[in-house]
Design a protein around this ligand. Structure first.
Ligand code: NAD
Length: 564
């Protein structure tokens, strides 16, 4: 590829997985012929025939640089600069956790301009063999198969069930989540009817979708025609007009059980009998909410993550009375929307938030002990590989939301959910909500980009100037081992999901848990249950009951078993 396309554009593809559309691939010399899908077979045969007859197509043999700068960067003098920049970009994106792109870079550096192709291919083969057999490679291949599995599944294992066809959906609430859901569905060809209580709110929902499509239009990912088409798929209403024809309605209004139940009951009256109503609640019981629906078998949870257009996971929550058809319909719709579905049982925080919350709660205890905010976040990103540390994550989710959910957990899961005094102090300040109002543990500029830690947060929480000092190992273990402990309970005791693979898929897709570690439970297996239990016991003695190892984890340690 570098020989044909030149070093710079090929490195973008090889190292960062950038893709080219067909036209650009042809222009760059990577593709011989472009064919219309309708005539693909004929053209392929014609092409093969010409090859057989010895009429080989003209093919670019070597990249010809254009302009002075390009020529310089492709020359032996400029090349080291390209390699240096490429390495820096890989390290920035992967933090050095993925050996394959670095190995690919080494191979290209070594073999670029080798006149002996056989020798170059041998170097490449050796490099490939080195990185193909690592644990990291195995984890990534496993993840690939988990995703492939989702493609084949219906969401209801062991039962032959067909989803209802879905052409149009309703979205109740055109806010942050509703606007995102409308965008993602319409983007994939589904007609969307958005309902809210004011015209202003609907306009905001439209604007949200429009601005995302505008970006694609600007980047030429959409034509003007495709842009208009997508916009035309979304309509808005203040009443239930048009709801009779909808196949699915997704509810994304305020997080209040009573209001949700009443709105769901009202909506069901305006929809056809087999319309599936799904709630996007993040913390309320789906089974309880289903009491608002006259026919709870057509009611299910469909939990998107924020921002909807970027986050790949959707948790599908099966309530006590949800029918197989309703699950299969939402599972299939989720896939059509380009997202990864994981079916979970109803329970506090469902799966992802239940496992994530102990980490966030622990960060508050660590802060109380004098930790430096950005230092802890850095441990998680740079030493463990999470996309963001716990404080930044709390800012993203919203500090008010985190504390509200923490309280729900405490009420439903009991004394093992310990809440730091700091969380209560944080809850008292309604001015500090996180990224959404520009002020959380970090400060944000007008464009919503974080600038630096808000140093005033320490004093506000009654903390002295932080002294730091907690080791990276302890900061990471205290969060991650609690997550493993909770995962053991969720999987083995409460059966929130069926398999360790589903749990790992949900954590990778929903929280960005480092894919190279294979997921939370594969990581737990790599540590071994004995080690995890022993560490948890030590922390429990020193820090509190929240670390007490679960019965299932203790059993695993005693029996020397693993999650997989
Ligand atoms: N924001 C998140 O990060 C997030 C993530 C996952 C799930 N959720 C859940 O999604 C839901 C919506 O959250 P959000 O952040 O989009 O809230 P939001 O405040 O941005 O939007 C809610 C919208 O619902 C509208 N609304 C209120 N009552 C209504 C009614 N009776 N009929 C129609 N519309 C009504 C409001 O006018 C508002 O536009 C909540 O249940 C929340 O828990 C939120």
């Amino acid at each position: 590829m570098p020989r044909i396309m030149g070093l710079q554009s090929s490195l973008d593809i090889i190292l960062a997985g950038k893709s080219l559309d067909a036209k650009r691939a042809k222009k760059k010399g990577l593709v011989d012929v472009l064919a219309n899908p309708n005539t693909l077979e004929d053209e392929a045969l014609l092409f093969a025939q010409k090859m057989v007859e010895g009429k080989k197509p003209k093919r670019k043999k070597k990249y010809a640089p254009k302009g002075f700068m390009d020529s310089f960067l492709e020359s032996p003098l400029g090349r080291p600069l390209v390699f240096k920049k490429a390495r820096e970009a890989v390290m920035k994106n992967s933090k050095g956790f993925y050996p394959a792109p670095l190995k690919a870079l080494d191979v290209i550096k070594k073999t670029y301009n080798y006149s002996n192709r056989e020798r170059a291919l041998l170097v490449e083969a050796q490099g490939f063999c080195e990185v193909a057999v690592t644990e990291i490679s195995k984890h990534l291949i496993n993840l690939f198969y988990l995703l492939e599995d989702v493609k084949k599944q219906s969401g209801v294992p062991g039962v032959n069930v067909d989803p209802y066809p879905v052409n149009s959906i309703g979205v109740l609430g055109a806010g942050v989540m509703g606007g995102g859901i409308a965008y993602v569905a319409a983007d994939k060809g589904v007609f969307v009817r958005m309902k809210d209580i004011t015209n202003d709110a609907i306009a905001k929902g439209f604007d949200h979708a429009k601005s995302l499509w505008k970006k694609k239009l600007k980047r030429r990912r959409l034509t003007k025609y495709e842009f208009e088409n997508r916009m035309a798929r979304v309509s808005g209403t203040l009443d239930y007009s048009g709801f009779k024809g909808l196949d699915v309605v997704i509810e994304a209004i305020v997080e209040d059980m009573k209001i949700k139940q009443s709105v769901i009951g009202e909506t069901a009256k305006h929809c056809k009998d087999n319309c599936v109503i799904a709630t996007n609640t993040s913390s309320l019981s789906v089974t309880e909410m289903a009491k608002g629906h006259p026919n709870p078998k057509n009611f299910v949870g469909m939990h998107f993550f924020n921002p909807v257009d970027k986050m790949p996971l959707v948790e599908i929550i099966r309530g006590e009375h949800t029918s197989d058809e309703a699950v299969a319909t939402i599972y299939s719709l989720t896939k059509r929307m380009g997202k990864t579905p994981v079916v979970v049982k109803d329970g506090p925080g469902f799966l992802v938030n239940r496992l994530l919350l102990p980490l966030l709660a622990e960060a508050m205890f660590i802060l109380e002990e004098g930790a430096v905010i950005e230092e802890v976040d850095r441990y998680y990103t740079h030493n463990f590989g999470m996309p963001m540390g716990p404080f930044r994550l709390m800012d993203e989710v919203g500090l008010d939301v985190c504390i509200k959910v923490l309280k729900i957990f405490q009420e439903s899961l009991g004394e093992r959910i310990e809440v730091s005094e700091l969380s209560k102090k944080l809850a008292a300040n309604s001015e500090r909500l996180g990224r959404k109002n520009g002020k959380g543990f970090y400060l944000y500029d007008e464009r919503g980009r974080d600038t630096q830690v808000d140093e005033t947060v320490y004093a506000e929480l009654g903390l002295p100037k932080p002294k730091g000092g907690i080791s990276s190992k302890e900061a990471i273990e205290r969060g991650i081992l609690q997550m493993i402990n909770e995962a053991a309970r969720a999987l083995k005791e409460d059966k929130i999901c069926e398999t360790a693979g589903e749990c790992d898929l949900a954590m990778i897709m929903g929280t960005g848990f480092p894919p190279f570690r294979g997921g939370l439970l594969r990581y737990a297996d790599s540590l071994g249950a004995e080690y995890v239990v022993q560490q948890l016991e030590e922390y429990a003695q020193r820090l509190g009951i929240r670390f007490k190892p679960s019965e299932s984890l203790v059993a695993m340690a005693n029996n020397k078993t693993t999650f997989y």
